[in-house]
Structure formats: C-alpha cells, structure tokens
Design a protein around this ligand. Structure first.
Ligand SMILES: C[C@H](O)[C@@H](O)CC(=O)C(=O)O
Ligand SMILES: [Mg+2]
Length: 448
C-alpha cells in the first residue's frame, strides 16, 4: 500500500422521490424519500473512496453537518496510518472528548461516522485492488481484530474469544468462498409488499417475484389489523405453505400490543416479527420473544440498533432471534465485525437489513464475509433484497436465482454514478427543481 494522504472530503445530500409511489412505506414511515449523505474522499495520488449513510429525506442536511464536523479527523491522514491502527482511528472519531457529547455512538453523529468510515474502507479495498468482502476474507485474523473497538463489550466477547472464532473460521474457508462464487448468498425480498401498495400491486409483484425464483417474502404490517390479516393471507396463498414469510412492524406497537397483534397473525406462520416495538427497548423485545416463542415466531431487529452495545444487550437478554446488522447505521465495517462475532458466540443467525439506497450494495460484502469466515452456516440465514435504485450505482448488486452473487469490482460497491448524484442533489438537482415547479407542486408532499 502506498503512503497516500487523504487531502479532500466532500459530502452531498442526494435524495430520490420514492414517496411519490409509496416505495419503502411502512407503518411508521409512510412517505420515505430514500436518500443518502454521500461522502467522497480523495488522496494526494488521485485515489478516491466513496461512502454513504442512508436516510429518509428530511434531515439529511443535518447528517451532512455531522460529516463535515468529522472531516478534520480524516483530512491529512495517511491511509496506512489509519489501517495500521484502525481501532485507534475509530476511537478518534467516536470518542473525541468534545464531539462524543452529541452521541456517543448513536444518532446523527453515528450515521456520519458510518458514512465517513465506509468511504475509508472503500478506499482501503480499492487500494488493494479487491472487493471489500475479499479484503476481509484474506485478512489475517489478528489484523481483523485490530480494527474492532472492544470497549463496552468485553463482558460478552473478549478479544481472545473473537480471535478464536476467526481462527476456527479459517477451516474450510476456501470451499465456502468457492461455494459463494458459484451459488451466491441466499436472499429474501421486501419489494412486493410495502404498506402503501394496493393489493393488486402486491399480487402482481409477488407473481413476478415467484416466477424469477424468489421463495422468501417480507410483508409490512402494523397499521391496521384487518388489512394485515388480508394481506398476509393473500401472500401466504400465493407463496404456498413452503414459502417463507416475514412480517415487519417498524416499531409501531407497545409491548403487550405487539404480542396480541402478532398472535392474530400467527396462522400465516411468519418466521419473524421485525421491529415490533421501540428499538431501544431491550427488555420489551425480550418479553415479546418469550411470549411468541411457543408460536414459533422469532423477533428480528437491528436496522435502527445504533451500536454494538445495544446488540450486546439484545443478545445477552435473549431479546432477538435474528440479528439484523446494517452497513450504514452501525459504525461501518469496524462495528459490524464486532456484532457478527458476538452473534456467532451467542449462536444467533444474522440476516442483514438492506434496501434503501445502496444498503444491498454494501451489506452483501459483510454477510459474505460472515459466512466464509465467521458463522460458516446458512441455517435460517438470508440477506434482505429490495429492488430499488440499484441503477444509480457503478457496481450494482447482481442477483441470480434469489441469491447475491459476490461483487468482483474493487471497493465496497459504494460509488454512485456522477450523473445520478448531480440530478438528485437536494434541493438544487434537476429532479428536485422539476418537482418544485408550480405544475408539480400540487402533489401531497413531505418536502418543505
Ligand atoms: C422506511 C424503510 O423503507 C423501512 O420500511 C425499511 C425496512 O424496515 C426494511 O427493509 O426492513
Ligand atoms: Mg425493517
């Protein structure tokens, strides 16, 4: 690796008007405009790294401010200086004596940390000429461990235990890598059943998905019980008894309400209920898990679990049966590695959250690494897939027979097309300028 200095960081507010067609809608987020804070870092020798974090439109400008506040930690650093002590660098970003007050390791500042560090990991993988998953797979276990901040999790996972897991994962890893290159990693789809889609659209999308090999489907629930019963019945009839169904309430309920509501949906045999209640309510998730276990329904959560400490407690309290890591919510690859290793120790399957803008592109790298080097298992495991906005990426995901095929291009698959970034910049990009025009302004809008 050359001794290359990071000399520039820029960040853009890039928004897609997905709310116009109700893509991404759920019981709590009824009109999301899928968006990113998009970071580009540049070195003195002309190499670039791309990173992002996902948002729902409004508030992306606040993430931009936070990224700018972190930029001082990055500009002037050499890439080798960062990766030779990645744990130290992670600490600088997350534990600065003044900045940590506006976190620590949660909220907007953590989203910004994710965006910035995702760009650094992309830069590192590009500088090595490898896709990120391969950089991780080929990395010496001790080096991987040196990227993780174990602060606050040693009561659940020590460095030595993490190293032992990774050393064990070396056995058979070449065969698993070949298996992934040949068959890919299993996926499920959420694209058919956003809450705002009418039944006709749901049916049509489900028919198309079944014809292209999808067998695992997630349905949004939580706004109206009778609607949920009707939609779940419809989709269960379409996918048949052997298809896999998951339901997602996006934090809509109180604890007791979650148990009552999901019990009413048990006849449709969902594998899991996702985000039944507040993402911060660990004991609530534990109570729901306990109540639903006799029905064979697990609890899944993680897309708004903001750091490793929360995941640690969810695992310690047996509060979830499926760990949903997120590449842009946690503190990038560094913190995701910690969660993958904890999940392995607690023997809880990881089924990543994806979708949004670029989340599929990023998280596929992490779950491939998990299978090849950590869990070595595909039991009860699958990665979410959502069929939106891939066309805006330079190296979009490749899905074959409902499996993620391992990316081949160097980097973290984070680079967006320049044209897409330019056209969707908020508010000055053409797409938004057009939507602000008097003729279009009549639409029901969440945009101010
Ligand atoms: C607002 C997002 O679309 C959310 O509904 C995504 C989600 O919960 C999921 O993909 O799972
Ligand atoms: Mg969800």
């Amino acid at each position: 690796m050359s001794k290359t200095e990071i000399v520039r960081l820029s960040v853009s507010d890039v928004r897609f008007p997905t709310s116009l067609e109700q893509h991404g809608s759920d019981a709590m987020h009824t009109d999301p405009d899928y968006s990113v804070a998009y970071v580009v870092i540049e070195t003195d020798d002309g190499l670039k790294g791309y990173g992002l974090t996902f948002t729902l439109g409004k508030g992306t400008e606040i993430v931009l401010c936070a990224v700018e506040a972190l930029s001082g930690f990055v500009i002037g650093k050499h890439l080798d200086e960062i990766v030779n002590d990645f744990r130290g660098f992670y600490r600088q970003l997350t534990s600065d004596g003044q900045m940590r007050w506006i976190g620590p390791e949660k909220g907007v500042i953590q989203l910004a940390t994710a965006a910035v560090l995702n760009a650094v990991w992309d830069l590192w993988a590009r500088s090595e000429g490898k896709p990120l998953w391969k950089l991780l797979v080929d990395m010496d276990p001790k080096k991987l461990i040196s990227c993780i901040d174990f602060r606050y999790i040693t009561d659940a996972l020590t460095e030595q235990e993490a190293l032992d897991i990774l050393l064990k994962g070396q056995e058979g890893k070449r065969q698993r890598e070949e298996q992934m290159l040949e068959k890919g990693y299993p996926a499920y789809t959420t694209s058919c059943a956003w809450l705002g889609y009418p039944d006709q659209q749901l049916k049509q999308l489900c028919t198309e998905a079944l014809s292209t090999g999808w067998t695992r489907f997630k349905v949004k629930v939580g706004a109206d019980l009778q609607d949920d019963i009707r939609r779940c019945r419809l989709i269960r009839q379409m996918i048949g008894p052997s298809g896999t169904l998951m339901i997602d309430a996006n934090q809509r309920w109180d604890v007791g309400e979650a148990v009552t509501w999901v019990t009413r949906l048990a006849e449709f045999r969902p594998l899991w209920i996702e985000e039944p209640t507040s993402p911060d309510d660990i004991l609530g998730h534990a109570a729901i898990s306990k109540a639903l276990a006799p029905l064979g329904i697990g609890v899944a959560t993680g897309e708004q679990c903001h750091n490793r400490v929360m995941f640690k407690q969810l695992l310690q309290a047996s509060a979830l049966q499926f760990v949903q890591i997120d590449s842009c919510r946690l503190g990038s690859v560094n913190e995701n590695l910690a969660v993958l290793l904890m999940a392995c120790k607690f023997q809880v399957p990881v089924c990543p959250h994806a979708g949004g803008v670029g989340l599929c592109e990023l998280v596929q790298h992490l779950i491939l690494f998990d299978y090849i080097c950590v869990s070595a298992s595909l039991d009860n495991r699958m990665c979410e897939y959502v069929d939106h906005l891939h066309e805006h990426f330079k190296s979009p995901v490749i899905i074959r027979d409902a499996h993620y095929m391992p990316p081949k291009d160097p980097g973290y698959s984070t680079e967006m097309l320049e044209e897409s970034v330019r056209r969707h910049q908020y508010p000055q990009g053409e797409v938004w300028q057009e939507l602000q025009s008097p003729a279009k302004r009549a639409r029901p809008s969440a945009h101010s």
